[in-house]
Design a protein around this ligand. Sequence first.
Ligand code: BES
Ligand code: MN
Ligand code: MN
Length: 463
Amino acid sequence: MLDSVLERIDADLEAAIGRWSELLKIPSVSTDSAYGDDMRRAAEWLVATLEPLGFSVEIRETDGHPVVLGHHPGPGGDAPHLLYYGHYDVQPPDPVEAWHAAPFQPTLVDGPYGRQMVARGAVDDKGQLMMWVEALRAWHAEHGELPVAVTVLIEGEEEVGSKNLRPFLERAKDELAADVCVVSDTTMWDVDTPAITYTLRGLLYAEVTCRGPDHDLHSGFYGGAIANPLNALATIIGRLRDADGRVRVPGFYDDIEEPSREELAGWAALDMDDQAFLEGAGVGVSGGGEADRSLLERLWSRPTCDVNGLIGGFTGEGAKTVIPTHGSAKISFRLVPQQDPDKLVRALREFLDNETPPGCVCDLTIHSSAPAIRVPTESPYLKAARTALKRVYDRDAVLMGCGGSIPIAAWARDILGIDTLLMGFSLGDDGMHSPNEKFEVTCFHRGARSHAALLEELRPKSR
Ligand code: BES
Ligand code: MN
Ligand code: MN
């Protein structure tokens, strides 16, 4: 049953690229309220795209951006039930001047592996979600039905921490019942080596605002007598990590589950090109983490603390001598398995209380939090994915960790009681969240083929 589906995917590639471009033209930036109408347009576009594939699908409201939820009954009987997850929101395009073409005007350019689609969201996650949509489309077109039962859940707030997804999953738990959650939002090992990701780091995103005097002060009249909240904030940030890059929040490392010896050996066998990775960041030397750990360990199994933004004080042209009233830092912590985000919030609060000088007060706001996840590597779904990938790439899939976060994975386990299959096709140089984000057309194409092959593997064989 698969061959004709694959042939259809091949023959339909240009039309698929056209559909993918349509979605990319909608600037669905979740973090910026100016794009509210575009968010809804993107959700509506997805509803209109899924309906002709036999889905009963609709927009569901949340306290934030809406989710798209669709159901396809599949063949009935003992067919497995897959929950496909994706996100239609994208990161802001800034700095816009760094793009070679307008970020929401998708363009195809030639690269070393053929054509590349360049646009914000090209890979994260519009390109990756359209791969499985195209696989479902081809299957539906060839056979008039889908080989498994399918629920589709596409949210609009992943890039801002999926804050309204958790309550949605709790509310819609029964309707979301499935055997496994399928996600394409991670990377491959390289363009010819497919991968299944089995660990994701979690994320705790905090904002610390340090407040001092109730009005801006002359830094000569008061300087030395009154604590400057920006100095205090800088000191606090400095004390968050020690000289070896270890986070100093009390108890931060207490619950961490270390990777096993076999896992570490597996990672070492991947023969990671550290230098190429560092050059890809435009830096070329390693720094900022735990120097006694390998690069992959630091990315996949160690927690971090990064300042993502600093706001405060006089930032105009020239000089102004002032002790400002307040300053803020956006600080995120990547988490690893068994670290409890709620416990860390309490520890961070305690840390701030201990480190804030007299005359200043630190407010702590939590923007989002999601625990890390490790999915079992022996599940029948992972096995099916390995077989499918082998079929398309003629090469064994690599088992990878991922330093990034996708909140649904932990919640699918904790709320829906199912594991997540992370089968992604992005390359390390795709520039997720960066200017000139791109996705290789060959990755998109082979990704769609892989999703079709996965359906073949999971289809009940008695039929
Ligand atoms: N697709 C990424 C996750 C990812 C990052 C996969 C790097 C592979 C490599 C996802 O859209 C993302 O950016 N997630 C956010 C989640 C956060 C806001 C909770 C992240 O990791 O920062
Ligand atoms: Mn993503
Ligand atoms: Mn992202």
